[in-house]
Design a protein around this ligand. Structure first.
Ligand code: GTP
Ligand code: MG
Length: 294
């Protein structure tokens, strides 16, 4: 039995939990049965209904108190513990495998996804043991485009994460609805999403005394990013149905869901295209109640 899903990752506050909530609502509306799996022990109040919660296995607070660790060390410990107790997660996922699509909400500690191997081992065990087809959805806050130095960091983070995880991978500039509130971008948005010629950034990097000091280093890093030619971005406003729908299409192609012959996947796609329902992230829970009554 092949299952499909998304591994939702990205820096702290990039919108992962909000994304899992909005994406699960959207997918339910187009007829997909969704299970959201919280693997972030630091997620306090979950906005979504959680099918599996790592908190039932291990609590970050307990780890920090017991081992005198800070939150970051505590999270590395939790991922390590999850890897050692992967059977717990496998046994919870197996009954859902038949008819559910999975969204995995991961912690925002980016080092877990480009440096440490625990999270990667957990993901790859799920893939091997359950025959899951997973796409990494890497959220990066769009406001990083407003500062050329931060944008280069976001590119580097995206590239290292792609290379480390070795999954079908989609980089997303999240909260795109807010981009205009940070002022005018130096170039149009396509420059930042397509990542084609980074030499244009050099002038802007030189204007900032913080980044001009590292001119040569930044240039070399930009060359590395361009030589790999792997990174580009799509954009997302979780409140906009067209934006969410376009992302669903990309993800479905990347993990093979659309080609899987799963009953109804073509119907779902046509629903996305027609967008028959008035999607509104904040209004949706009330709308679901209404639909359930029909
Ligand atoms: N305007 C806007 N705000 C968003 C969007 N996505 C997320 N947010 C807001 O961004 C903030 C952080 O969102 P979270 O979903 O908690 O981010 P996270 O990545 O799960 O954070 P950590 O779990 O702490 O790493 C919240 O206030 C969200 O409401 C978006 O598309 N547009
Ligand atoms: Mg979160």
């Amino acid at each position: 039995m092949t299952g499909f899903g998304q591994v939702v990752i990205g820096p702290p506050g990039s919108g992962k939990t909000t994304y899992c909530n909005g994406m699960s609502q959207f997918l339910k509306l187009i007829g997909r049965k969704v299970a959201v799996v919280n693997l972030d022990p630091a997620n306090d109040a979950l906005p979504y209904e959680c099918a599996i919660n790592i908190e039932d296995l291990i609590k970050l607070g307990d780890v920090m108190a017991e081992h005198s660790l800070g939150p970051n060390g505590g999270l590395v410990y939790c991922m390590d513990y999850l890897e050692k107790n992967i059977d717990w997660l496998l046994s919870k996922l197996k009954p859902l495998l038949k008819d559910h699509y999975f969204l995995f909400d991961f912690p925002g500690q980016v080092e877990l996804f480009f440096l440490h191997s625990n999270a990667k081992k957990v993901i790859w065990k799920l893939i091997r043991e359950l025959d899951l087809r997973l796409t990494a959805v890497h959220l990066v806050d769009a406001h990083l485009c407003c500062d050329p130095g931060k944008y280069v960091s976001a590119l580097l983070l995206s590239l290292t994460t792609m290379i480390h995880l070795e999954l079908p991978h989609i980089n997303v500039l999240s909260k795109i609805d807010l981009i205009e509130s940070y002022g005018k971008l130096a170039y149009n948005l396509e420059f930042y999403t397509d990542v084609e010629d980074l030499s244009y950034l050099q002038y802007h990097l030189d204007q900032d005394p913080r980044s001009s000091k590292y001119r040569k280093l930044t240039k070399e890093l930009c060359d590395v990013i361009q030589d790999f030619s792997l990174v580009n971005f799509t954009t997302l406003d979780i409140q906009d149905k067209e934006s969410v729908g376009n992302l669903v299409k990309l993800i479905d192609k990347s993990n093979g869901y659309i080609f899987s012959g799963i009953e109804g996947s073509v119907v779902e796609f046509s629903k996305i295209a027609a967008a028959p329902l008035d999607w509104d992230y904040y209004r949706y829970p009330f709308m679901l109640d209404f639909l359930l009554l029909l």
